[in-house]
Each structure stands twice: as C-alpha cells, then as structure tokens.
Design a protein around this ligand. Structure first.
Ligand SMILES: Cc1ncc(COP(=O)(O)O)c(C=O)c1O
Length: 398
C-alpha cells in the first residue's frame, strides 16, 4: 500500500511498533510544515489574515473529525493532547460529578493504564467500585459476559474498542445498545481502533470517545475527545486560562466559553491539529475497510509463518486486528526485542501499559507487533527468518 508516501521507510527499517505510534505520510509532514512556513499564528485570538486562516483551518479539522466518526455536530469534538488527556477529561470532568459511593464502573483487566488509573484515583475519593468484565479463554470480551457483569449499580462502562495487547475488537455496537437500554454511560478508548476501523458514535451509542492522532498517522501531542453535547455541557474543564473564558473581573465574576472552547485553555497544538486533519484525509482516501482487511491479513500471515518457528508462544492467535503478541519460550521479551533490533526490526516489549493483564495471560512481559498499512509480507518473512535464528539471541546482544 503506497509505501512511497512514508519518507521514513527509506531508512530500511521494519517497523511493527504501530501500537505505540505510527509513521507519518508526507502529506501530514507537509501540512505541519505549511503551517510553520506559510501562516504561523495563534488560533481564535487574531484579527489579521494569518490568524483568520488558522481559525478556518483549525475549525475545519473539527468538522473532519465529526464526519470521520459521524458525530452530530462539530462542537462535540474537543481537541486534546491525546487519548490519555481525553480519558482524564471525561473521568475527572464528568464522571466525578455523577458517581457516588457504592456505584459500579465496569472496565476489564486488559485496559491500558489510562483507562484504569484515573478510575482508581477517583474511586479513592468517591468510594465507587471498579469491577472487571471477565475475559474469555482467548482473553477477549464477549457480550454475554458484559451482560452478566451489569448490575443495578452499574453507572458506567469504559472499554477500549480494540485492546492494545490482545488486539481483540470488542462488540462496541452491542455494548452501546445495552448501555442505552440500561441508562449506563458508555466511554470508549479508541486509541488502537482510530485509523484502523470505522467508528460511528451515533450508530454505536457511544457517549464519550477518546483518541490520539499519533496512532493514526498524525503527529504526537494531539488527539480528541468526542462527547454527546448534553454531557459535554455538564463536564468541567481540567484546565483554566486564556482562550476558554468569555470574561473575568476583579470582583471574581467570570464566564466560561461554550463547548468545546471551554476545554481548550491556553495555546493549542495548532500544528498538531492541522496534521491530524491531514492524517484523516489520507486515511479516508485509502479507506478504513481496506486498511483493516490488509492489516488483519498480515497478522494471519504472520501467525501461519510463525508456526514454522520453534518455541514461539502466541497469546492472541484469534483476535481479528493487526496485533500479534508473542514470546520465545523462556526468553525475556526485551532480549527478543533487542535481538530483532539488530536486524532493524522494531517490536514493543514489556507489559504495554496493561499491567493487570498479566493476571490473565500468565506472562508479565511480551513482545508485540502491530501491523499497519505500510507493512508487507516480505517484512514478515524477514521477521520470521530472524526469529528462526533464536539460538543466537545472546550472541548478538551487544
Ligand atoms: C488502548 C490504549 N489506550 C490509551 C492509550 C494512551 O494513548 P496516548 O499515549 O496517545 O495518550 C494507548 C497507548 O498506547 C492505548 O494503546
């Protein structure tokens, strides 16, 4: 798929760490350069042409995201620094106001730190209970277990669309309709699905959705939070300052701007937002269905080729994304990653910020390859060839 669009690939690198961050196509880099070279200025603050151009470009990205996830209005899109910021914004800005002692919040043991720790911190203050939806024998979430986990006390379900270690695609639409029926708030962490799968917040009954630009071909340091307007109106900002207030006076009276600007205090990551818009254009040009089909095909290919390699443990053979999590039996995952790096192959090793998943899969550390649109079967062949030389792992580590 259009490998020539990604200038970094000239470095002859095999990059499978797409769950951590993705490479950027030239169009995204160009857009960021254009802003810095042609019309650098602040947003929502100037009355001159450059600034008005920035306002238009910046607000156009809101529209692009609205269309990308099928939100009802552009004001339902808040620019943030990424998924972590977005989840914290919802949890501390909104959930803190609706939860009380004894309520239940459902998550899973496969969630990323940013969908676990904020809940832990908030529950210490409020006294609600965090419950885990059980994972099945493939470490995935199935709808029956979601139904069984819900009680009269369940107020919120907060789950990743695609988990970042197992790579299972959760039944978001079904969970969304159950939440709607039972009046449960539904929060979706889309860090690993944005840029891979179609998301329709209306059809899927999602109340809040968190995403990062850098995991969908865009720049780091930017992302967005989607929220249903009624909820966003009730959400308190995490930060206060310039750009988000209508006035404040010496007698301590003040008024905040409307949604979404009340959440965007201070100078925003304007270059990042414009780059995120260019990434969305690029993804739409190729088509998310095509991207998903391609990366899942690569995962299936990798699984079949790894069967030829001795001592490989695969933790997520069944999951239907581009995510492959594995170990070489009795080899520390970081040693495997360093060994692969000697051949210019990048995988992630460790716990992938999903630190309680070890209770389920029985491994504290694993290697993770997440395939994306610029990866190829030839790269997987090379990866498999290197893993076949596993008896050299400790010779090659320098
Ligand atoms: C499932 C999941 N949620 C949240 C995050 C956090 O994303 P960010 O670091 O961009 O805020 C990640 C990052 O790896 C992730 O995989």
């Amino acid at each position: 798929m259009r490998l020539e669009d990604f200038p970094i690939l000239k470095n002859n690198i095999i990059y499978f760490d797409n769950g951590a961050t993705t490479f950027k196509p030239q169009k995204v880099i160009d857009k960021i350069n254009e802003y810095y070279k042609e019309y650098t200025s602040n947003a929502h603050r100037g009355d001159y042409d450059y600034s008005l151009k920035v306002d238009t470009e910046y607000e156009n990205v809101r529209v692009k995201i609205k269309d990308f996830i099928n939100a009802k209005q552009k004001e339902e899109i808040v620019f943030t620094s990424g998924t972590t910021h977005s989840l914290n914004q919802v949890i501390f800005g909104y959930c803190s106001k609706i939860l009380k002692e004894g309520d239940e919040v459902l998550i899973s043991k496969a969630e990323h730190a940013s969908n676990v720790l904020p809940w832990m911190i908030l529950s210490e203050k409020i006294g609600f209970n965090i419950k885990y939806i059980p994972l099945d024998s493939n470490y995935e979430i199935n709808i029956e277990d979601v139904k069984k986990s819900i009680t009269d006390k369940t107020k919120i379900i907060s789950l990743a669309h695609v988990s970042n270690v197992i790579g299972d695609i959760r039944p978001i639409k079904e969970i969304g309709s159950i939440c709607k029926e039972r009046n449960i708030l539904f929060i979706v962490d889309a860090a690993q699905s944005i840029g891979h799968l179609k998301i329709d917040v209306e059809d899927m009954n999602i109340d809040f959705l968190a995403a990062s630009a850098h995991k969908m071909l865009g720049p780091t340091g930017t992302g967005f939070l989607y929220g249903k307007m009624d909820y966003l109106k009730e959400t308190d900002p995490l930060m206060y300052g310039g750009g988000m207030n209508s006035y404040f006076e010496s007698d301590f009276t003040y008024e905040l701007k409307n949604v979404p600007l009340k959440f965007e205090a201070g100078t925003q990551n304007i270059a990042g937002v414009l780059g995120m818009g260019a990434a969305i254009d690029y993804l739409k040009e190729i088509g998310l269905d095509k991207i998903h089909e391609y990366e899942y095909e690569l995962k299936k290919y990798a699984v079949s080729k790894l069967k030829e390699v001795p001592n490989i443990i695969i933790y997520n053979e069944k999951s239907k994304s581009g995510c492959l999590t594995f170990n070489i039996d009795k080899v520390f995952s970081q040693d495997t990653a360093v060994f692969l790096n000697n051949y210019n192959i990048c995988v992630r090793s460790g716990n992938h910020c999903a630190k309680i998943l070890k209770d389920e899969i029985g491994a504290t550390n694993t290697c993770r390859a997440i395939f994306y649109l610029y990866n190829t079967k030839e790269e997987i062949d090379k990866f498999v060839e290197v893993l076949k030389m596993q008896d050299k792992i400790y010779d090659n580590i320098v």
